[in-house]
Design a protein around this ligand. Structure first.
Ligand SMILES: Nc1ncnc2c1ncn2[C@@H]1O[C@H](COP(=O)(O)OP(=O)(O)OP(=O)(O)O)[C@@H](O)[C@H]1O
Length: 282
């Protein structure tokens, strides 16, 4: 993370044993940062066709058919540091900015202000991963594997495991357009999870499978974490967040409302949702 001056130095805590004495084991410090999100703002420009202008002159002045732009401020000054070995859940209401946060960390959406510094190329593993619906599952495994930086030989080596993990049986020979939403999402997860990423971003993938698939994906996330990676998990399932992550971020209307132990953040978020429900606002 060369752009982050000074940040990579905060992980290690060096021993300070006095001369002539036995070296003192360094106290266990925080692990190395893998992602630094620094005051990130994301604004989308949304174009909508405006009201029809009846008056001809006004129409000419305003330009007939010119669409008016509106700005959606999806992230508003979000900052945090993620570290090696952490699994971080991201919770929040619909439209709060969770997917935008993941897309920004992955470098797919550019911040309008602020910056993201990441070690390695964070891989976004979501239901949106670019596969081609007219190709068979088998061709898509090759395509997805190559897109993740594997060689053709490496993809072939992992092929059977990927197909078994996705659990889509003989459908693997059929075009992906014949798959149910759950089947194609499981295949996307299986392809992306076949590579040990340093930073893995998972968007709702766990919600797509049955209980058995969810158990396997949670296990895989744990393995990736133990391989000293950092995993971000966006989910509306508070159980998945609690079972998989020890830390959670709560995004509320684009702002980071809480960052702390998953159990506490989830509890606070659930209380908030209940309060809104009680007040008839959710
Ligand atoms: N490509 C886009 N163009 C314009 N606006 C967008 C775009 N993507 C997201 N938004 C808007 O940005 C805000 C945050 O959206 P985002 O998808 O990040 O929320 P989310 O928390 O992931 O929602 P959900 O839980 O429903 O998936 C919303 O108001 C959404 O309408």
């Amino acid at each position: 993370m060369s752009e982050v001056g000074g940040v990579s130095g905060v992980g290690g805590v060096s021993g300070t044993g006095a001369a002539g004495t036995t070296a003192v084991e360094p106290a266990p410090g925080p692990t190395r940062p893998t992602v630094v999100v620094d005051d990130v703002h994301v604004e989308y420009r949304v174009y909508a066709s405006g009201r029809k202008v009846k008056d001809q002159d006004a129409r000419r002045r305003r330009g007939a058919g010119v669409r008016r732009a509106r700005t959606v401020h999806a992230l508003k000054g979000v900052s945090f540091v993620a570290r090696e070995g952490e699994a971080i859940g991201v919770v929040g209401h619909n439209g709060s900015g969770k997917s935008t946060l993941l897309r920004t960390i992955a470098g797919l959406t550019l911040p309008s202000r602020g910056a993201v510094y990441a070690e390695d190329n964070p891989a976004l593993l979501g239901v949106n991963a670019a596969l081609i619906n007219d190709l068979s599952g088998e061709r898509n495994v090759m395509l997805g594997g190559l897109a993740l930086g594997l060689t053709p030989a490496e993809v072939r080596e992992r092929y059977d495991d990927i197909v078994a993990f996705a659990g889509i049986g003989e459908f693997i020979d059929l075009p992906m357009r014949t798959y149910s939403a759950g089947m194609s999402a499981r295949l996307r997860f299986a392809i992306a999870a076949s590579v040990t990423h340093r930073v893995l971003l998972v968007d709702e993938a766990l919600a797509v499978g049955d209980a058995e698939f969810q158990r396997r994906s949670e296990e895989r996330i744990k393995e990736l974490r133990e391989a000293a990676g950092t995993v971000f998990l966006v989910s509306h399932s508070m159980k998945s967040i609690r079972d998989t992550c020890e830390r959670a971020l709560w995004i509320d209307h684009g702002e980071l409302r809480a960052d702390g132990p998953a159990v506490r953040v989830v509890r606070a978020y659930e209380r908030h949702v209940k309060r809104l429900r009680d007040e008839g606002r959710a």
